[in-house]
Design a protein around this ligand. Structure first.
Ligand SMILES: [Zn+2]
Ligand SMILES: [Zn+2]
Length: 551
């Protein structure tokens, strides 16, 4: 039998003595070997070790081949579970986290893994989150961080905001109250500004698995099409829809608006069905966006009783509100073309909406009376005024051109990718370094005042009271405005932990630097990462943010 205790101990202390895992200062054949850092929620489990042992094997192999390696480790240490421990058991989030880190670190050391512990990074330490805040200020400075209203899951029982994972079947995981949606003004990062670059540069990623690249392409979800304006009958109001199929424009028989679209209020106020519509909207917003847009789910909707005017034919077109439309995709309004979209077809059949054929297959005619499914392919345009007879692909261009000339529509590219909502109504995260002054508005914390420290836990009441915990800590929330010197308030929210993990790989290069996040010289030495080991589940979240932050 292998006497692990003795042999491991002997060699591990020898490795330590000769500083085997220390990163060379001036690498000749550099190799940056990185594994995704863990969230310290207890001790490590086999899933973690699987990742780390892979890294260790690579390190040892390359080391023997003569490479100079950087192989760091750290902790994604902010996050919800620490705060839950505080709420449920009155534990200190910091103590809970630090304790988990020390247990996990001990396990890693027992495994004899080849990490350079001198470069350890812990995201909940002020010497780290100071630079996370710095990064936020930089994004703000460049117009990439902005505030906007967004819906959050709200539990009226617990008086708190819930993460999507905490809403189970529309109810609060903790107290079973039905969850509602509530509009809150929050910070977003304008990742969509980089959608095209993030997409194009996927082709430049060397060594990335095809599967990850495909996931990212789909996540960014580029679609080219047109935006078309519809006037609303009897109102001074225009509805712009986005479609990838402007060639089917003459087949539009209804329009559907996302339930949370700001225009809905204007449309339904004072209408006969207002109460029913509001009930529908309330219900619709209980579902997550994923549930709402699932392909196998039946589209639901409700008539507003209002009509739009077809920009070419002048026909009256019913305006609906439907949960399958998302406000964040395209314009949040879509046109319904039952003859040429299967789900619109089913929707029309169910609600008695007319079906109008405007694309004919090259070899036959379609009769809307007896059609059993939509015809979604290309074909020849019919019943389309001056565009009849054109192949549909050409029709897309011609109709768009015509609309642009008339000012009723335009060519448009949209992405499925959304801006990144980073505000969290939580304590255990990096405070958002912004100040709200009654006189000056939003004022960023000056760089030299960073970090904005979390107040000591003793001062914080973790019992949910309908506002973020930091809002109830006077020592934290009350401050002076850096601009006018008057009384002001700090932003009470903390940042999504994905902001912390979006740049940790950069900090490893220069973890003790107190003047800047990283020295350029160190970055030049070690970047790019030569091998990154982690789970496929991070293909779209972390790995998109991680790419974005260096753009
Ligand atoms: Zn609750
Ligand atoms: Zn001020």
């Amino acid at each position: 039998m292998y006497p692990a205790r003795e042999i491991e101990k002997k060699w591990q202390s020898f490795w330590q003595e000769i500083e085997l895992f220390k990163t060379p200062k001036n690498p000749k054949r550099k190799f940056y070997l990185l594994e995704m850092f863990p969230y310290p929620s207890g001790d490590l489990h086999m899933g973690h070790l699987r990742n780390y042992v892979m890294g260790d094997v690579v390190w040892r192999y390359l080391r023997m081949k003569g490479y100079d390696l950087l192989h760091p480790f750290g902790w994604d240490a902010f996050g919800l579970p620490a705060e839950e421990a505080a709420i449920k058991r009155g534990e200190s989030p910091k103590k809970w986290t630090m304790n988990n880190i020390s247990v996990s670190k001990n396990t890693l050391k027992l495994m004899g893994l080849s990490y350079d512990w001198d470069r350890e990074v812990t995201t909940c330490n002020p010497d780290y989150y100071r630079w996370t805040q710095w990064l936020f200020l930089k994004l703000y400075e460049h117009g990439l961080a902005y505030r906007k209203e967004a819906y959050v899951n709200w539990c009226p029982g617990c008086q708190t905001v819930l993460a999507n994972e905490q809403v189970i079947g529309g109810k609060c995981w903790r107290c079973d109250s039905p969850v509602r949606k509530k509009a809150l003004t929050q910070w977003f990062i304008k990742i969509t500004e980089y959608a095209e670059r993030l997409l194009k540069d996927i082709d430049k990623l060397e060594g990335w698995p095809e599967r990850v690249k495909t996931l990212q392409r789909n996540w960014i979800g580029k679609s080219e099409g047109a935006e078309i304006d519809f006037e609303v009958e009897g109102m001074d109001l225009k509805l712009s829809v986005f479609t990838t199929r402007p060639d089917t424009l003459f087949g539009v028989t209804f329009i559907t608006i996302a339930p949370e679209h700001p225009v809905v209020e204007k449309l339904i106020r004072g209408t006969k069905n207002e109460k029913k519509i509001r009930e529908y909207i309330e219900q619709a917003l209980l579902l997550t966006e994923i549930e709402r847009t699932r392909m196998d789910r039946e589209k639901t909707g409700i008539r507003t009783g209002r009509y739009a005017i077809h920009p070419f034919t002048g026909e009256r077109i019913e305006i609906w509100i439907g949960d399958y439309v998302l406000v964040s995709y395209g314009t949040g309004i879509v046109m319904g073309v039952p003859a040429h979209d299967q789900r619109d077809f089913e929707f029309a059949k169910k609600h008695g909406i007319p079906i109008k054929v405007v694309i004919r297959p090259p070899d036959r005619d379609l009769n809307p009376e007896i059609m059993e499914e939509a015809y979604e392919e290309e074909g020849i345009m019919i019943n389309s005024g001056i565009f009849s007879g054109l192949p549909s692909r050409e029709g897309i261009k011609e109709i768009t051109k015509y609309m642009e000339a008339k000012g009723i529509g335009r060519k448009k590219v949209t992405y499925r990718l959304r801006d990144w909502l980073v505000s969290r109504q939580r304590y255990w995260g990096a405070p958002i370094p912004m100040i709200h002054c009654e006189r000056c508005g939003i004022v960023p914390v000056p760089y030299e005042d960073l970090p904005v420290l979390l107040p000591p836990e003793e001062k914080v009441d973790f019992t949910p009271r309908g506002k973020p915990p930091l809002a109830s800590v006077p020592e934290f929330i009350n401050t002076t405005c850096p601009k006018c010197g008057g009384p002001a308030k700090r932003d009470p929210d903390t940042m999504d932990t994905f902001v912390d993990s979006a740049w940790y790989h950069i900090r490893y290069l220069d973890p003790k630097n107190e003047k800047e996040p990283v020295r350029r010289s160190e970055a030049n030495k070690w970047f790019p990462i030569d091998l990154y080991i982690g789970g496929i589940e991070h293909a779209t979240g972390h790995l998109i943010y991680f790419r974005f932050i260096t753009k």
